[in-house]
Design a protein around this ligand. Structure first.
Ligand SMILES: C[S@@+](CC[C@H](N)C(=O)[O-])C[C@H]1O[C@@H](n2cnc3c(N)ncnc32)[C@H](O)[C@@H]1O
Length: 331
């Protein structure tokens, strides 16, 4: 079979490392629930041109091979992969079948534990999710605790859907937010209407974003609009937390931000650890758009003022205090 392979870039590797680390914590922690869902809305083909696995395979392997086996064996684990492109979808279906399958129409796969269910959908994320959300609204039911990984190539998608997902209990969103493109495309007439539709803003808001000369500050404005949309469907008394991790290209230009939304302090802590581990490796940085002083947030630690120091001390203390360490452990 002719496999569709996505192109691997260093920032994609970083994104996958963050996803892997987060899932490593999420699966065992969430296994106390009778049923959980990993939703990969823009699933891709499952393979890259350096043969590394895509996000659906990362998630399945993480759950299957997790060292906390007895924990993971509790509760149902549902995996739902949506991919719009036909050939990309066929590659994904083929790879899943090869490694874990065959899988039947109930989602049970021959080479996966019986508490795992895998569903693949060749379709459009917005359409599929709208159907699910409308269905649960009509029936007055909730969706199960979900981690939604939303990883589109572009910026134009129905953000209201993400906000609706977040309105359900124990649901989280990890979102590739194309803020770098937005901050550049906002000046191009060809993209204007799509940006206006995506963020549901008027031309006055666009004009004020355009007047900001600093590219990163323009991105922050889009970040603020995004957070406002994400909060829209949340009950007023519910707190939303978020962490943002900025990916930079080889020319030090912002590409996109991987933004995590949760209502759980525990989820926040696990994601902080995941981002912190990767962020220490050079060309990536945390951004602090819309910094909310009431939430424990990791700040941009590439800046001169180094506001991250206090957080770093706290982090090291929590990880290292009251244990013996050898010099070799630090090498
Ligand atoms: C960045 S890639 C996904 C990569 C994958 N998440 C990973 O980390 O390995 C984005 C994918 O979304 C698919 N896509 C684009 N628009 C879509 C839509 N509306 N619904 C579902 N999939 C879509 C593209 O065909 C592409 O394969």
């Amino acid at each position: 079979m002719d496999l569709v392979k996505l192109h691997m870039e260093p920032h994609t590797r970083a994104k996958h490392s963050i996803l892997t680390r987060y899932l490593g914590g999420w699966f065992p922690i969430m296994s106390t629930f009778p049923k959980i869902l990993y939703l990969d809305g823009y699933a891709g083909s499952g393979i890259y041109d350096d043969d590394s696995p895509g996000s659906p395979l990362i998630a399945l392997r993480m759950a299957r091979d997790h060292f906390l086996k007895s924990q993971i064996s509790k509760g149902e684990k549902v995996f739902y992969f949506i991919e719009r492109d036909k050939k990309t979808f066929s590659t994904l279906a083929h790879l899943i079948h090869e490694e874990f399958g065959p899988c039947n129409s109930d989602g049970l796969c021959d080479r996966l534990p019986s508490n795992f269910k895998v569903y693949l959908q060749n379709g459009d994320f917005n359409t599929e999710l709208n159907e699910i959300l409308n269905h649960s609204r009509e029936k007055g039911t909730s969706i199960v605790p979900t981690l939604s990984f939303i990883d589109p190539f572009g910026y134009s998608l129905d953000l209201d859907i993400l906000s609706k997902i977040l309105s359900f209990k124990h649901c989280e969103v990890l979102f590739t937010f194309m803020s770098g493109f937005l901050s550049r495309f906002v000046f191009e007439e060809a993209h204007l209407q799509s940006i206006i539709n995506t963020f549901n803003v008027d031309k006055g808001t666009i004009a004020s974003i355009r007047s900001i000369t600093n590219e990163s500050a323009r991105e922050d404005e889009f970040g603020k609009l995004l957070v406002d949309i994400m909060k829209k469907n949340l009950p007023a008394d519910e707190e939303l937390y978020w962490l943002s991790f900025e990916m930079i290209d080889n020319y030090n230009r912002p590409l996109y931000r991987l933004i995590f939304f949760t209502k759980s302090e525990k989820g926040m802590q696990v994601m902080k650890d995941a981002m912190f581990d990767i962020g220490g490796r050079g060309i990536y940085r945390f951004s602090d758009f819309y910094f909310n002083p009431s939430q424990a947030s990791i700040l941009d630690y590439s800046g001169d003022s180094q506001p991250w120091v206090a957080e770093a001390v706290e982090y090291l203390h929590s990880r290292m205090a009251y244990q013996d360490w050898k010099i070799e452990d630090f090498q």
